[in-house]
Design a protein around this ligand. Structure first.
Ligand SMILES: Nc1ncnc2c1ncn2[C@@H]1O[C@H](COP(=O)(O)OP(=O)(O)OP(=O)(O)O)[C@@H](O)[C@H]1O
Ligand SMILES: [Mg+2]
Length: 292
């Protein structure tokens, strides 16, 4: 269960931030005449949890899909694990994909497959895994995300939103990736489930030494989990820095997102030494206004 796992890693230091695992340089992406990204730069180092934020339609999912190789860039370079994704052969691309896990924004699970078969699917795709081993791996992943084995035979429709996300994570972890992508992992969850989810990701980050790229609209998730936040606006990454540094950048999206009432409330929950680095506008009262 997750409780013993989270207790076991609580005192462990977070993974050391090391070499680059993602380097995106001068990325441009167009759909027809619509420019989504223009000369965008983005990088992630091993051990980081990078939150990607930006308005709806700003190209967050599209950026992740290009890094995963599910979508081809118009121009620019994307290096993952030091390799240029545009110049690798199919075999290397498959190997690279097996080092990355993804929780998609939509359709986290196949609705026609049981929990067991959803988690087993990436392993089955990989080739022949002996039945007993497959069972052990699936049960281990379920346990890792804090779900009792009895849920293995359930269909996705019989699960709560929080459980669907957990099973999605278990599936994303099936091949033991080094790099985990989460696209809006707490969207649609109630505050309690969101908090549990944040705890789960923090635990897995420590326990597995994962590197995480997490697209999110959720300010609390962003402030409590991320080591850095990358803000997408005006078709590029406007700033990629600590939450407190990003909050000080003068830009309409940042003012609206970080310095609105909800943003201020999330920022003011930072530990004191980080709160001290916030811009003054972030420290204005977050409780007096009635509007959301
Ligand atoms: N396959 C596609 N063909 C054409 N346009 C697309 C395609 N995929 C995405 N787009 C467009 O690209 C833009 C960015 O989409 P994307 O899904 O990356 O946004 P997002 O930042 O993830 O938004 P949200 O926060 O709503 O999930 C949108 O205008 C979208 O309509
Ligand atoms: Mg999206």
């Amino acid at each position: 269960m997750i409780a013993p796992l989270s207790a076991a890693v609580r005192d462990r230091p977070p993974p050391t931030i090391a070499e680059h695992v993602i380097e995106v340089v001068g990325l441009t992406k167009r759909y027809g005449r619509t420019v989504i990204h223009e000369h965008l730069d983005f990088d992630v180092r091993r051990g980081e949890i990078v939150a990607v934020v930006g308005g709806s339609g700003s190209g967050k999912t599209t950026l992740v899909r290009q890094i995963l190789g599910l979508e081809r860039q118009t121009s620019g370079t994307i290096r993952v694990f030091g390799q240029d994704t545009a110049s690798i052969d199919a075999h290397t691309a498959r190997l690279m994909r097996s080092r990355m896990g993804m929780l998609f924004q939509q359709g986290a699970l196949f609705s026609s497959l049981s929990v067991f078969d959803n988690i087993a699917q990436p392993l089955r795709e990989l080739g022949r895994v002996p039945r007993a081993l497959l069972r052990d791996i699936v049960m281990l992943k379920l346990e890792m995300v804090g779900l009792p084995c009895k849920h293995a035979s359930k269909m996705p429709a019989a699960l709560s939103g929080g459980m669907v996300k957990r099973v999605g994570i278990a599936r994303a972890l099936a091949l033991e990736p080094e790099l985990l992508f989460l696209d809006e992992p707490t969207a649609g969850l109630d505050p309690q489930s969101s908090e549990e989810f944040v705890e789960l990701i923090a635990t897995l980050h420590r326990a597995l030494g994962l590197t995480v790229v997490m697209v999110t609209h959720d300010l609390d998730t962003m402030t409590s989990l991320s080591t850095r936040v990358a803000v997408i606006a005006d078709r590029k990454v406007l700033v990629a820095a600590s939450v407190e540094e990003a909050a000080g950048v003068d830009h309409p999206f940042i003012r609206e997102f970080f310095l609105g009432r909800r943003g201020r409330r999330a920022l003011q929950a930072l530990p004191p030494e980080r709160r001290a680095k916030l811009p003054p506008a972030a420290l204005a009262s977050a409780s007096s206004e009635v509007s959301l």
